[in-house]
Design a protein around this ligand. Structure first.
Ligand code: HSE
Length: 416
């Protein structure tokens, strides 16, 4: 930190800000607005010593001249090189970059420890929802069995707009982009990759094992059909993009992100708009749900600022002594199934027979439409996902099935 006197006569701390998008701009505003509070809290007056934008600034020089680095530029390069440069110089880094951490965290966290530099990332998951601190610190000695999360604000905003206001997918995506929720490339949001990166980090915190985004199976919302949302409402189900991180009885870990139908009674079912929410399940604490604004400039910048204050306080860094846990080979899920079929005798029984062969039990079934527009809509009980994939493959090959079958996971209260 610098000995230069700050505005109130205290020491200054030079903050190098890498990125001036939605979050960077909000942070720079907050640093000015909250400067007196930061100084009162930490005894240090924050000064933005450099800002790297797409067109201006020298990243290396900004890192070299600052005391603390805030990385809110996103993407892998040059973010990774600049974060490494800061850590190797022993400078604390606060980042919101979930893609970087979920791909390179196995190198970056040890590098930070080796150089005694803080590497904080509350803003990388859940926007303003303080989930990183709760899992990594408050619950660090609690045996977590499962974490469910709505961890992408853009997709939750889109699904809410489609389900509640009947907006088209494209219209809702544009609104989410205009509001500053979406990533620079919204494909990361709608493909589930943003949520997968965040669930990898939550799994790492929950189970104390390194999880890369490459270990997270994910499906996005870009291929959903409005019809399915409408049918599922008849079964009293809400559609959300849900991340699940769980430790199975055999000690293996499964982390996945998929559209999922939730019963209206589930705590995540009523989380709407750009809000995020995470439920943590443990025999010691039953279930804890944290919820709040999950995207956007100010909520995310407020999480960055909280980390910055911790760093300026010199708070102890969480340790990353990871254990090695295997990746689960298969998991059980209940499914919603939609088949376009010929409207003929025996069709339903043949579909049911294939499901039965794979030991998949049907919970409810309905026929929609008739003649050329006939469709079978089913909800199953839980079964291994590999068995479901095999059954769908077999059903697709039956002569009376038209179009691609659709399968969406359903949260099953009985067993989950
Ligand atoms: N694009 C992200 C979201 C926000 O929509 O949740 C930053 O993580």
């Amino acid at each position: 930190m610098s000995d230069n006197p700050g505005a109130e006569g205290g020491k200054t701390v030079k903050i190098g800000v890498l990125g001036r998008g939605t979050v960077g701009s909000a942070l720079i505003g907050l640093l000015e607005e909250r400067a007196a509070v930061i100084e009162a809290e930490t005894g240090l007056h924050p000064v933005v010593s450099g800002v790297l934008t797409r067109s201006q600034g020298d990243g290396e020089q900004i890192v070299d001249e600052a005391d603390v680095i805030v990385e809110v530029m996103g993407g892998l390069e040059p973010a990774e090189a600049l974060v490494r440069r800061a850590l190797m110089a022993g400078k604390p880094v606060v980042t919101a970059n979930k893609q970087l951490l979920s791909r390179k965290g196995d190198q970056l966290f040890p590098l930070a420890s080796e150089h005694g530099a803080a590497l904080r990332y509350e803003a990388a998951v859940g926007g303003a929802v303080p989930i990183v601190r709760v899992l990594g610190d408050t619950l660090s000695a609690t045996p977590v069995e499962r974490v469910h999360g709505i961890v992408n604000g853009t997709t939750n905003y889109i699904l809410t707009a489609m389900a509640k206001r009947g907006e088209s997918y494209a219209e809702a995506l544009k609104d989410a982009q205009d509001a500053g929720f979406a990533e620079a490339d919204p494909t990361e949001d709608v493909s589930g990759s943003d949520a997968a990166a965040k669930m990898a980090l939550l799994a790492m915190l929950a189970f104390g094992t390194w999880v890369s985004i490459d270990d997270v199976d994910h499906t996005g919302i870009d291929k959903l059909d409005l019809q399915d949302i409408a049918y599922a409402r008849e079964f009293d189900l809400a559609l959300k993009l849900v991340g699940t991180a769980e430790k199975l009885a055999d000690g293996s870990v499964s982390v996945r992100v998929h559209p999922m139908f939730l019963p209206m009674t589930h705590p995540l079912a009523s989380v709407d708009g750009s809000y995020n929410a995470v439920t943590i399940e443990s025999p010691h604490v039953e279930e804890i749900t944290l919820q709040g604004p999950g995207a956007g400039g100010l909520p995310t910048a407020s999480a960055v600022l909280g980390d910055l204050i911790s760093v300026l306080h010199g708070a102890d860094e969480p340790k990353h002594a990871w254990v090695t846990l295997p990746k689960a080979a298969d998991v059980d899920s209940a499914f919603y199934l939609h088949f376009e079929v010929d409207d003929e005798p025996g069709v339903l029984s043949q579909v049911a027979q294939v499901l039965g062969l794979q030991k998949i039990s049907i919970r409810s079934v309905a026929q929609k439409g008739s003649g050329d527009g006939a469709r079978l809509v089913m909800i199953t009980h839980r079964a291994p996902e590999s068995a479901m994939a095999a059954a769908i493959g077999m059903i697709s090959g039956l002569g009376f099935v038209r179009g691609e079958p659709r399968a969406i996971r359903v949260f099953d209260e009985e067993n989950a």
